[in-house]
Design a protein around this ligand. Sequence first.
Ligand code: MG
Length: 396
Amino acid sequence: MRDLSSGTMGVEVDRGPRDVEITDVQTTMVDGNYPWTLVRVYTDAGVVGTGEAYWGAGVPELIERIKPFVVGENPLDIDRLYEHLIQKMSGEGSIEGVTVTAISGIEIALHDLAGKLLDVPAYQLLGGKYRDDVRVYCDLHTENEADPEACADEAERVVEELGYDAIKFDLDVPSGHEKDRANRHLRDPEIEHKVEIVEAVTERVGDRADVAFDCHWTFTGGSAKRLAAALEPYDIWWLEDPVPPENHDVQREVTRTTATTPIAAGENVYRKHGMRRLLEEQAIDIVAPDVPKVGGMRESRKIADLADLYYVPVAMHNVASPIGTMASAQVGAAIPNALAVEYHSYELGWWSDLVEGSVIEDGSITIPERPGLGLTLDLDAVAEHAVDGETVFDEA
Ligand code: MG
């Protein structure tokens, strides 16, 4: 196994003011519409980087376990540190899953930190900017998610009142026609109900917004193909995760045999290695990595590069606080093939209170020219919304 610690990699040359050491790593969990795990990396330069790991049980404990492997290291060596952590945490399962999520949170904090130390925005660390503004799509919900008209009403409200021109609905909602939810088979009346939802929403806002639909890995390959075929007339943005995420052969079959409905997947796949077959075998039309889960910002850049070899665009899955969302937007600014970043908290009210200033305006994020992620965490707001019993970050 490669030893990626500093001593054996020959990175001990004096770098002058860039000779900085990590002194501590801390987490604070915020009680949002998901339990957001915010991560801070502290240095002997008095500069702190803030990141976010995708929500999940055990993430703060894993980050505590990772801490000894980064303390004393130079935070500017982001790529080497990421690989170092993947190697060191192999016993905890760093091929995929929650350990990669924990590492992702630190990796994002390192981008914020490195940007602050070098006085450049994070996108600059990823190769520079393709765009000033990154499009945001809003994930929508209704009280009665199975009622096509209720979905259309909410779509219209969000497009008109909140200014989004890109939205997404769940399409794995109960129709009342199910005989057995476990066998993954879609009966014809269930497909007809899904078509009614898609038709109602796209007829109402399709001239003003792109509309995607998410199936959350629910159906058989055969059912997914029938559903995708039934949706061909409606010009949807994409159909997401129609089949379970483990078997890439089935994913490829569904995508390749579907005529024009774009098929998206990727939020439950980890690291560039997890994405490799999906992209190399052209098993998806759109790749949907979750930046604070898949391995972080640089790993997402690598996935976007791999996708770009196959002319596949990137729609970043996102359920994060403003920190993880801005990390995704910074990646979106730096890759050629960015479609959009998801926003999953429009019903929360205080989402943007966690940072100073606004983040999403009129359905897009303007990438700040400030160093790092360009956000300042409001520690009082973090304390106000922290999960019960959480200790809030130390000041820098
Ligand atoms: Mg999804």
